[in-house]
Design a protein around this ligand. Sequence first.
Ligand SMILES: [Zn+2]
Length: 104
Amino acid sequence: MKNEKKIREIATERIEILSHFALDILNGKGITKNEEYAHKYLKYAKEIKSHYKIKKSALDKIKICKFCNIIFIPGKNCSVVISSSKRFVIYKCNKCSNEFKIHY
Ligand SMILES: [Zn+2]
């Protein structure tokens, strides 16, 4: 029981570190500017999350395209439209042009 708890703690920490690395690279603050590394880090973080069955992680705070595994950065790789009458925000991916609606 104790080991399982520690393993999950380490896994959540690794997910947080990997998502931070990916975000830094996409914002131009990372070690490299190659965006493929960001997608690789995101893929590893998702694999860790599914393998250890972690429910809450740092990945929940980041908006990701489900089809092409890209972190949404408004103005760079996605467009954001706010519909105040229907009370939702639409994120549209520039690569695969799929839309994701988030209610508020
Ligand atoms: Zn996409």
